[in-house]
Design a protein around this ligand. Structure first.
Ligand SMILES: [Zn+2]
Length: 456
């Protein structure tokens, strides 16, 4: 246990007093009745800490304090489309509704659409996201993420081809590569360093060979990671084989040199042991999206196979258009339950599930030295859960990781801090104005639906 010693007071000091800290460190240490001192946005010390003179003290006694949740795969640009593409298979879902709606975004609609999603994430205890972006309106989306208070990997969604895709989403390959490089130069490091840039080729069916080659070159030259969808549905993998001369996604990525990049795959439901042998030892991760996979009938990913192969697994809500809610606690619970169905009730614990959204989720994004655990030196990205909720009331012998993984939801979130700043206090957003977001979203969405030509 680290104790307070010789710490000089600054105006930014904040002491969380008397909580139960779920550190999610390597030993899954739980500290009961512990204090947590935040200095200059980082965790300065944990344990028994006397408040430095002038520090603000926030009483969190009886509350569970855990690392802020990490969502490794999100589409904030689809938040407006919640409920507008139900009962469709993936490729129809994209072609009939999601692509035409996304194509109608402009910077303003994208800004408020992303703000709406960011507000939902923060209120639910999410502090870090990885967003796959949109094409038209990408600048507005990036600006919203920069303004939201979230920590993020974000970038423009890259596409240049594809059956059934609106023309505006199929720009010239060189043009889209130049645009994304310029956006990366503009936005990387924004928001006091909270925003990092990521290259987001959408998926194999919407990106030409030259686009993947350009992505690989940009990634290796600028050090930007690559985030894409792959192996989500059987229909999709069959279409990829047809398009790419019988090669599956991982063979194709290997041929394109993508396995040499920091490659982050959303879904991976249909990854095989042969695929995992091929990516072993590389900088490769998977982001599990269980609600989306169930809603779109995609299947259940085998997280134990990823673990055996040493592949870090993150978790995310995907987007409001497919999972309806951006509550990462719901994903954690589902992930745990699905692995129990797949492998047996003793195969995957509440702690295993909670790590997907904290310590392991951080590894999936290469952020393990910055966030994902409660340890001195890390960013003070934290979620404080209310002490007065019946669903968290339990015998002291109960493992708090199980209580959170299987019993928590966004309803229990009381405070949320990102970089030591209280973004949510007593269940209310402090930076974002929800009334304004609703008002602007309503205005922008009406105009967007008219522009899209989708018969709604
Ligand atoms: Zn997705």
């Amino acid at each position: 246990m680290i104790r307070f010693s010789e710490i000089v007071t600054t105006a930014s000091d904040l002491l969380l007093r008397g909580g139960t800290l779920l550190t999610l460190d390597a030993q899954a240490t739980v500290l009961r009745g512990a204090d947590l001192l935040i200095r200059e946005g980082r965790i300065a010390s944990i344990g028994h800490v006397e408040p430095p003179a002038g520090a603000r003290v926030l009483d969190v006694s009886g509350c569970l304090v855990l690392p802020g949740l990490i969502q490794g795969h999100l589409h904030l640009g689809q938040t407006f489309f919640r409920g507008l593409a139900e009962e469709r298979r993936l490729l129809s879902w994209l072609r009939e509704r999601i692509w035409p709606l996304e194509a109608a975004h402009d910077d303003e609609s994208a800004y408020w659409c992303a703000m709406l999603g960011a507000a939902e994430c923060l209120l639910g205890g999410t502090t870090t996201i990885q967003d796959i972006g949109i094409g038209p309106g990408a600048r507005g989306l990036l600006q919203a993420i920069a303004d939201s208070g979230l920590r993020a990997f974000a970038g423009q969604c890259l596409m240049d081809s594809g059956d059934g895709m609106p023309a505006v989403m199929r720009p010239d390959t060189d043009q889209v590569l130049a645009e994304t490089a310029a956006l990366g130069d503009e936005f990387a490091g924004k928001a006091e360093g909270r925003l990092r840039y990521v290259l987001n080729p959408r998926f194999i069916l919407s990106c030409s060979d030259p686009l993947w080659e350009g992505v690989r070159e940009l990634s290796l030259r600028r050090g930007w990671p690559v985030h894409t969808h792959a192996l989500e549905q059987r229909d999709e993998t069959l279409a990829v084989r047809e398009l790419k001369g019988g090669r599956d996604e991982v063979q194709y990525f290997a041929d394109q040199g993508l396995l040499a990049t920091d490659l982050r795959l959303a879904h991976g439901v249909w990854i095989t042991h042969e695929h995992l042998d091929r990516v072993r030892g590389g900088r490769f991760s998977v982001v599990h999206c269980p609600s989306s996979n169930l809603k779109l009938g995609s299947g259940v990913a085998d997280l134990l196979a990823f673990h055996r192969a040493g592949v870090p697994v993150g978790i995310g809500c995907d987007g409001a258009a497919c999972s309806n809610q951006l509550d990462n606690f719901a994903e954690v619970r589902l992930a745990g339950l699905l692995q129990k169905v797949k492998h047996g009730p003793d195969a995957f614990s509440g702690l295993d599930a909670l790590r997907l959204a904290t310590s392991e989720g951080a590894r999936a994004l290469g952020l393990q030295n910055e966030v994902g655990t409660i340890e001195p030196g890390k960013h003070a990205d934290l979620a404080v859960l209310a002490s007065d909720r019946p669903e968290l009331w339990a015998a002291p012998q109960a493992d708090p990781h199980d209580l959170v993984a299987f019993g928590a939801s966004r309803a229990v979130v009381r405070h949320v801090l990102v970089g030591g700043r209280l973004e949510v206090e007593e269940g209310r957003l402090t930076r974002l104005n929800l009334e304004e977001i609703y008002r602007e979203s309503e205005r922008c969405l009406g105009e967007l639906i008219r522009r899209s030509g989708v018969g709604l």
